[in-house]
Write a protein that binds this ligand. Structure first.
Ligand code: ADP
Ligand code: MG
Length: 593
């Protein structure tokens, strides 16, 4: 009896293998585009007819092939990209297995025409011997000729799946296949802005993307000016994992994930973790069932990602999915926070215990570590003020400032009030500074003052020397009113700040603090004696600037607070906070006496 188990003839097995790489016309184009990019092309044109079922043509101006290389390129495992095993670890090309061309040739009819850049210094395009042409049909070599050619490579694929009728039957309509091609070329073009692309479907030009220096211009070419104007830059890095690109403003909501474009190490990857993390970054800004728009490039160390789980390399497996989730989510939060600082500073105050308990993650995220994110409610408006804040509020007592009657504001800068003795003019900036100074001093003397958690922590990139100093003085800075978390390198995250510092420029404050601290003989041991200049500089940042229109309520609470803080008539810079013109003085001026 014949053996039940038989080894398939190569003619069948190679067609099965080819089918795994080539699923549909768009997969052919993907492989051909990657080859063109690997060949350093700067201009690539794609034509497809009947959704690519009848004809696919990709032409590039890349390195090209020498006459004796052309047929060889269609041999299995024929590649110019790796020579020895060690090369596998430093692959910087898309292809390396030498599988694409033989696979495509196996299941279609292919014509390759090419002329190498490294060929003879023969500039004559019409020279009948300048290029080479090879043809294959169903994996069979059909012939090789010399032809005139420009530099670069043109590959034409016709009758896709002609010899695998089952595969052919599974293809969708021309429209659908055409859409897949359109999507694919869009993705490839998005990730290669410096290369010009053109796509024609059934003779109609549907993509024209000239070579660009700037990613944003390329995005505008492909996704439209209007939506591109609403994209926010993303750039964030943790533990050698980096994400760059753009995410849409929160009002740019889509009902499918089709406007989310993601890459991992330059490969187009559609990964659920990435989409999920992105949506998590928007939190409650994203309506249920809606998706944001995004163009995100992930760069991760090669050992951290396995691209080989999917034959067409469309899916990946991350070694540390928790880190990837954190990275993308935080990157989006930061981008939104930068674009809409009002939302970022609408922080929620937590009492000091909560803040301590909330389990900050460490700076490094080793593989396999898990994260605990503090859940931060979205809007502070509906959240009741914690009791602890009331405890700190001093008892209201009648004093000079809170007995003043507000008359109005002058030039957005001065508050005019009626006092018992006459007219009081308050410099609102100096007053604010005075209050900030007092509050920040309180923060210091209470040792674990109450800080307000930022809705969206703010990422800071400091100079090397500043970063080193900051790492040493984090507890001091916390006591001064800023909770900062080191992220490794020169990156830090501002997590929570004294209420007085909300919506101030955190980077500038930190730089001021660091500058003051660096003047001390022992920056780590800031003491009461040399505290004042540091706090004075911080107070300056946290204060309302002049020329801000205040309503009556705001002016009244300013007076209330001014009363609460220690009654020194000078702001920390020595400028007076107010002066008074008595009734007698007024009478004198009007010569009423
Ligand atoms: P791989 O890309 O994995 O090396 P392929 O089967 O895709 O394998 O291509 C085989 C070889 O043919 C490549 O290594 C390259 O040397 C050559 N080649 C393919 N396409 C092009 C092109 N457009 N321009 C120049 N050389 C090409
Ligand atoms: Mg290839």
């Amino acid at each position: 009896m014949a053996n039940k188990i038989q080894i398939l003839p190569v003619s069948i097995s190679s067609r099965i293998a080819a089918g795994e790489v080539i699923e549909r016309p768009a997969s052919v184009i993907k492989e051909l585009l990657e080859n063109s990019l690997d060949a350093k092309a700067t201009q690539i044109e794609v034509w497809a007819e009947a959704g690519g079922k009848e004809l696919i043509r990709v032409a590039d101006n890349g390195d090209g092939l020498l006459p004796d290389e052309a047929a060889l390129a269609f041999e299995r495992y024929a590649t110019s990209k790796i020579r020895e095993e060690e090369d596998l670890e430093r692959i910087d090309t898309f292809g390396f297995r030498g599988e694409a061309l033989p696979s495509i040739a196996q299941i279609s009819r292919v014509t390759l025409t090419s002329r190498s850049r490294s060929g003879k210094a023969d500039r004559d395009v019409s020279n009948p011997d300048s290029g080479v042409r090879v043809q294959f049909s169903g994996g069979e070599f059909q012939g090789e000729t010399r032809v005139p050619s420009t530099e670069g490579t043109e590959i034409t694929v016709t009758d896709l799946f002609f010899n695998t009728p089952v595969r052919r039957k599974f293809l969708r309509g021309d429209e659908t296949e055409g859409r897949h091609i359109f999507q694919l070329v869009t993705k490839v073009a998005l990730s290669n802005p410096e290369v010009g692309f053109r796509l024609c479907l059934d003779g109609k030009e549907v993509i024209l993307a000239p070579a660009r220096k700037d990613l944003k211009e390329r995005v505008a070419d492909l996704l439209g000016e209007k939506e591109t104007a609403k994209l926010l830059p993303v750039d964030y890095e943790v533990s050698s994992h980096r994400v760059t690109g753009f995410c849409g403003a929160p009002d740019l909501q889509k009902s499918s994930s089709q406007s989310i474009y993601t890459w991992v190490n330059r490969r187009v990857i559609t990964d659920r973790i990435l989409i999920r993390s992105l949506a998590d970054g928007y939190g409650m800004m994203l309506a249920k069932g809606k998706y944001p728009m995004a163009v995100l490039f992930l760069q991760v160390p090669p050992g951290e990602v396995d691209v080989n789980i999917h034959p067409a390399k469309l899916e990946v497996r991350f070694r540390n999915p928790g880190l990837v989730h954190h990275l993308v989510k935080r990157a989006v939060e930061l981008a939104l926070g930068r674009a809409f600082p009002e939302t970022a500073s609408a922080g929620i105050s937590l009492n000091p215990e909560d803040l301590q308990k909330s389990g900050r993650d460490g700076a490094v995220y080793p593989a396999g570590s898990s994260f605990r994110e503090t859940a931060v409610p979205f809007l502070s408006g509906t959240v009741p003020r914690p009791v602890s804040q009331e405890l700190f509020r001093r008892e209201k007592r009648e004093g000079f400032f809170n007995s003043l009657k507000v008359i109005g504001q002058l030039k957005g800068t001065y508050i005019l009030c009626q006092s018992e003795r006459g007219l009081v003019i308050i410099d609102q900036h100096a007053a604010h500074e005075r209050i900030s100074f007092a509050r920040l001093s309180e923060n210091w003397s209470r040792a674990s003052g109450e800080l307000e958690e930022l809705l969206i922590p703010v990422n800071l990139e400091l100079r090397y020397d500043q970063a080193r100093l900051l790492s040493e003085v984090l507890p001091t800075v916390r006591r001064l009113g800023m909770e900062v978390e080191p992220l490794g390198g020169n990156s830090f995250l501002v997590r929570a700040v004294n209420r007085r510092l909300l919506s101030a420029g955190y980077e500038a404050i930190l730089q001021d603090i660091l500058e003051e601290l660096s003047l001390l003989p022992n920056p780590d041991a800031l003491v009461e004696g040399n505290l004042e200049p540091v706090i004075a500089r911080m107070a300056c940042h946290g204060s309302v600037q002049a020329h801000r229109v205040l309503d009556r309520g705001e002016m009244e609470s300013l007076l209330e607070e001014l009363q609460e803080v220690e009654q020194s008539p000078f702001c920390p810079h020595g400028r007076p906070v107010f002066f008074e013109i008595t009734e007698e003085e007024l009478e004198k001026r009007f010569r009423r006496t």
